[in-house]
Design a protein around this ligand. Structure first.
Ligand code: BDP
Length: 609
């Protein structure tokens, strides 16, 4: 049986039941649940909501900081009328790994906390009777899994997450769980690739199914009028005078895929698809052949109480705020986001750099802070590297399979700040890039974000990137405050170095930012004040504006977010342009002024205009 990565939409042939709500939950610090029969019943559960992160519900610090196994349990019913169907459960995200038991039997296991997996139910299911569903999750950080870190044991025997990255290790059943009933013969996946030819759009498509019956495709415009059709599992659909998907001017066609047998529809699946091309030419990033300049944010899925749990209200608010600032893009730092976020980006015309959870690719025992000191850690020479690579490649595969058809996704971010100053990074990243390139029919640009210490003379891997992405903090971690003039010179000096090293490639600032207390005003400025955040951003922008090959700016971060506690963080990372409760700091008004006045084709090369 083929497991489908498709988003669970209902249709004339597809039945869904939402399993979200309050589930039973229990920590298993001894990892003894399985031998003690928790696969059938949790002995002393509490109730908590699915989807969510568990960490911020409890008042006991041991629970917030918990690392180890934890279990969820619920019951579900499958109606008798569904007996002729193929039944499965879909977990949109179980962080970071899970084993699923149905009626006490192991049904599936999955590694990776940010991509969906489907559990076929087969003969284990009971019709019109309660089925028990238990899920053993585990949130321990390891050096051979992503995101990367270690799990330490304290002297009191408790385990503790030591991330090599700078965000709180939120975990749980973070995203919705759905019961799915499909016809036996059904569509398992589809792929589209767009080509523009005069005023025609050619959509190359491929549909995968579990059987041999005929496949048809019908395309409808936003008024519901059919504009094109195709037949067969592979084909090219031609749309005359197609309205293209554009930056902040989205247009979505409804593609209806069907398996038919004579006049009977066996299965039907629909998706809203934007038609557009994306490519890099010279130092330009082109959308539909036209240069675009990226204005926007690095983000996190992070909110009060629900942590990294699916939060549609916050998703909506974030898009409203991004639109208000005049942004046109964001990066899904540092992991694949909820699928609904890409759907909204498709509808709103946002350009997304889609990121795999390969973050922490440098040994860093002091939270992620060692990242900044430039000391070599031989990260890619560890005994764990082979296993890490395997997990990393699998995660890229799941990301691309999930997100490949989104018009909003314009590039794949394959790693964050890997230790590219060590020569062993090159063979590792070569495999990562080759794998991603082999999987994407749309041949989107691939990139990683470059760490501050990986300067032009030291980075051995930048040649792999189609767009070079820099995370730089001159004026914050280096030469901050009254030294900001020197910071500006250092930043300019580094960019001159890049210009010589990579002529003819576009560069994007994938991170730049300054921690700022949303309550602190100071004249003249001091670091952490709202005034300093603006001075810092203004300095960076002055520099960006004077280099033609800088084709985008994604400020770090959209909003304040939670991290591990430590001397560098005041209840989390405060580089937000908005507070964690999504209210503006002064810099939000400053950015709005800038971005509303920067044209979308800012700094375009004349040859591409
Ligand atoms: C970069 C990381 C990011 C951090 C940021 C910071 O990519 O996750 O949050 O620095 O220091 O190194 O704020």
């Amino acid at each position: 049986m083929k497991l489908s990565p498709l988003y669970p939409w209902a249709s004339a042939s597809r039945r869904l039941a939402d399993l979200n709500g309050f589930w039973k939950f229990q920590f298993d610090p001894e990892s003894s649940g399985e031998v003690e029969g928790w696969t059938k019943r949790l002995p002393a559960p509490v109730f908590l909501p699915v989807p969510s992160s568990f960490a911020d519900f409890f008042t006991d610090k041991d629970f917030r900081e918990y690392s180890g196994d934890f279990w969820y349990a619920t019951e579900f019913f499958v109606p008798n009328e569904w007996q002729s169907r193929e039944i499965s459960l879909r977990f949109a995200a179980a962080t970071h790994r899970a084993v699923v038991f149905v009626n006490g039997q192991e049904a599936a296991a999955h590694e990776g906390g940010f991509t969906p997996f489907v559990v076929p139910l087969g003969k284990t299911v009971k019709w019109d009777e309660p089925n028990t569903l238990t899920v053993k999750c585990n949130n321990e950080l390891r050096e051979d899994c992503i995101p990367i870190g270690i799990t330490a044991t304290l002297q009191n025997g408790k385990k503790m997450a030591k991330p090599y990255f700078d965000f709180f290790n939120y975990a749980g059943l973070l995203r919705p769980v759905t019961l799915i009933a499909l016809p036996k013969e059904h569509i398992t996946d589809f792929t589209v690739r767009h080509e523009l030819s005069g005023n025609k759009a050619l959509v190359h498509y491929n549909v995968e199914t579990t059987g041999d019956n005929n496949v048809t495709v019908a395309v409808f415009d936003e008024d519901g009028k059919q504009v094109a059709a195709g037949e067969g599992k592979d084909g090219i659909i031609s749309i005359d005078n197609a309205r293209l998907w554009n930056v902040r001017d989205a247009y979505l066609y409804k593609f209806v895929f069907r398996i038919t047998d004579g006049g009977t529809i066996i299965d039907e699946y629909s998706e809203d698809i934007g038609i557009r091309t994306v490519e890099v030419r010279g130092t330009d990033i082109l959308l539909n052949g036209k240069p675009v300049y990226l204005k926007g944010f690095g983000k996190h899925e992070d909110s009060d109480i629900n942590g990294r749990g699916y939060n549609p209200a916050v998703i909506k608010r974030d898009f409203e705020l991004m639109k208000w600032t005049g942004a046109n893009s964001f990066r899904t730092a540092h992991y694949p986001y909820s699928e609904e976020i890409y759907q909204m980006a498709d509808r709103e015309g946002f350009l997304v750099i889609d990121e795999v959870a390969a973050v922490g690719m440098m040994t860093s025992t002091l939270n992620f802070m060692d990242a900044a000191n430039g000391k070599p850690t031989a990260f890619f020479q560890k005994e764990t590297t082979t296993r890490l690579l395997k997990n990393h490649l699998a995660a890229i595969e799941e990301l691309i399979r999930r997100d490949k058809n989104h018009a909003s996704v314009i590039a794949w971010r394959l790693a964050n700040e890997p230790e590219t100053t060590d020569e062993s990074a090159l063979p590792y990243l070569e495999e990562v890039f080759a794998h991603a390139r082999s999987l994407d029919a749309q041949e989107r640009p691939c990139t990683f974000t470059s760490l501050m210490t990986a300067t032009p003379d030291k980075c051995g891997c930048v040649q792999l990137c189609d767009v070079v992405c820099l995370n730089r903090y001159y004026g914050w971690y280096v030469k901050g405050g009254y030294e900001i003039g020197d910071a500006e010179n250092w930043l300019r000096g580094e960019l001159e170095g890049w210009k010589n090293k990579c002529p003819g490639k576009p560069f994007v600032f994938s991170e730049y930012g300054a921690d700022t207390d949303g309550t602190l005003h100071k004249l003249p400025s001091v670091m952490w004040s709202q005034e300093y955040q603006i001075e810092y951003l203004d300095m960076c922008h002055r520099v960006f504006d004077s280099f033609d090959f800088i084709k985008g700016e994604q400020v770090w971060n959209f909003a304040d977010f939670q991290t591990t506690e430590g001397i560098m963080r005041v209840d989390g990372n405060r580089k937000g342009i908005f507070t964690r409760s999504r209210q503006p700091k002064a810099a939000a008004f400053y950015l709005k002024m800038r971005w509303e006045n920067l044209p979308c084709d800012y700094k375009a090369n004349n040859s591409n205009k």
